[in-house]
Write a new protein. Structure first.
Length: 488
């Protein structure tokens, strides 16, 4: 962190209160006389922090915190990015996130720590604010949930797996609001960052109670927090807790109808979405992610996240699987590219951002059950998802524990394509990225002239093969941070 962080509280309040000037001011200069004047003001800060994270961009390839999700998918196995298109080609090539001066490296760090600083102010000072006690408790719990989410993301992408080395240095932990006198902290160990995230999420879980968000799916309620705890416990190999919280997160939600899978993954009112960020014509920065992932709309500007042809093979030509029917060869724009038409922006070029779904949580349950050697339960959860998608459910009873886990991990790739889990799954499972070139001259089915396009980057930047736990997979701390914080 910089020697001190200028808080966004001044900006957020300027948006909500016309009497304030649009200035960026230190937290300690604005807290006592305005921000914590009443609970409604504090609620505005919480809502503004959320909008800052998702609806602020530094460049078009860094559309708020969706940048993390896009980067994770670009650095995985299954998205074959179209060469020559703006945005994420360097990430796909593993040359961006290892570059400490890259805009994405700086943007992600800044988004995370400015969000953390705002939540620190809310958490430490909301108790003394005049106002309704129930409202204040909810604000504090949601601020804790958001801080826990941010620390969970940081430790996920800036480090190797918890199981590899829980004592490795990770990122600094800040729990107090910054001032002009704040001194940058050293990096904490992986286990301590996970512990901070867990502490925050458990506090939020215990304090949200029966809070009803009233259909506003961007707000963090108890189900969302349970889902985040399930992710945390999955990453730290605490399988029983992962299964428990995943079940709680998803059990109140219905499966989407099969035809809904073709509707573009752009509406957070989808029955299966537990958490998402809504977009409108005038609040649409996060929607810019659709410019990269929407490969079939004519309005899509970059349409670069094509699918690897070998990803299609994972579906075993299962025509009954609704997900398999999303594949289509491009014969008009990127000739020979394989479109996966999962993400389609709305007619006004917006799309809501999916952050958590029932399907993901059911897959967490399946993986956790398998790790607990409850193989029949794991198979039941896996087949619950497959049945909903119209996919085949072959007999898996003869599989070993490890074979079943691999089957579940493949299902995660099939179900969660484009939702930000590609790199995080590779890191937590200590796997190598797997990319194969399409043999030269291979034609797309039904064509005698159009050559099939697949991966163009199949090795690390140093020319070596992909390996587990490569430092190229990790996000870097920006050089400006290293310069300004001598304690890192």
């Amino acid at each position: 962190m910089k020697i001190y962080i200028y808080s966004l509280l001044g900006i957020l309040l300027a948006v909500n209160f016309n009497s304030c000037e649009m200035d960026v001011v230190p937290t300690n200069a604005v807290n006592s006389d305005l921000v914590f004047q009443n609970a409604d003001n504090a609620d505005n800060v919480l809502n503004g922090t959320w909008r800052y994270l998702w609806d602020t961009y530094s460049t078009y390839q860094n559309p708020g915190f969706t940048t993390v999700l896009l980067t994770s998918d670009a650095m995985g196995n299954d998205a074959a990015l179209q060469p020559g298109k703006y945005g994420y080609l360097a990430h796909y090539s593993f040359t961006n996130m290892s570059n400490t001066t890259a805009t994405t490296v700086t943007a992600i760090w800044t988004f995370a720590y400015k969000g953390i600083d705002n939540t620190n102010s809310l958490i430490t000072r909301i108790d003394g604010v005049p106002g309704d006690e129930k409202q204040k408790a909810r604000i504090k719990a949601q601020a804790q949930a958001l801080r826990g989410y941010l620390y969970l993301n940081l430790v996920t992408f800036y480090n190797f797996a918890y199981a590899k080395d829980s004592t490795a240095l990770s990122v600094p932990i800040y729990t107090e609001p910054s001032t002009t006198e704040t001194v940058g902290k050293p990096r904490s160990q992986v286990k301590d960052v996970y512990k901070q995230a867990e502490t925050d999420l458990l506090a939020a879980y215990n304090n949200l109670g029966t809070y009803d968000r009233g259909g506003l799916k961007y707000k963090m309620d108890k189900n969302v927090v349970a889902g985040l705890l399930a992710r945390l416990y999955l990453q730290t190999n605490r399988w029983a807790q992962a299964q428990k919280y995943a079940n709680e997160a998803q059990s109140a939600y219905k499966w989407m109808a099969q035809e809904d899978y073709f509707k573009g993954f752009n509406d957070y009112n989808n029955a299966e979405w537990i958490w998402g960020h809504g977009q409108t014509a005038d609040q649409n920065v996060a929607s810019y992610s659709f410019q990269f992932k929407d490969v079939s709309s004519k309005a899509s500007g970059y349409y670069s996240f094509m699918a690897d042809p070998y990803f299609k093979d994972l579906f075993n030509n299962d025509a009954g699987d609704v997900r398999f029917r999303l594949f289509e060869w491009d014969t008009t724009r990127f000739l020979g590219g394989l479109m996966y038409k999962k993400f389609v922006m709305r007619s006004n070029e917006t799309g809501d951002i999916v952050l958590m779904r029932k399907a993901e949580q059911v897959l967490i349950e399946a993986e956790a059950f398998a790790e607990l050697n409850q193989l029949s339960n794991a198979i039941a959860k896996l087949n619950e998802l497959r049945t909903q998608r119209g996919a085949a459910t072959p007999d898996l009873a003869g599989l070993s524990k490890q074979q079943l886990i691999e089957e579940i991990l493949i299902e995660r790739r099939k179900e969660l394509f484009g939702e930000g889990f590609a790199l995080s799954d590779i890191l937590r499972r200590q796997k190598a990225v797997v990319r194969k070139e399409v043999p030269s001259g291979t034609l797309i089915p039904g064509s005698q002239t159009i050559k099939m396009q697949g991966h163009t980057v199949t090795k690390l930047p140093d020319g070596k093969d992909f390996v587990p736990n490569s430092t190229y997979y990790l996000f870097s701390i920006p050089s400006t941070e290293s310069t300004n914080n001598p304690n890192l």
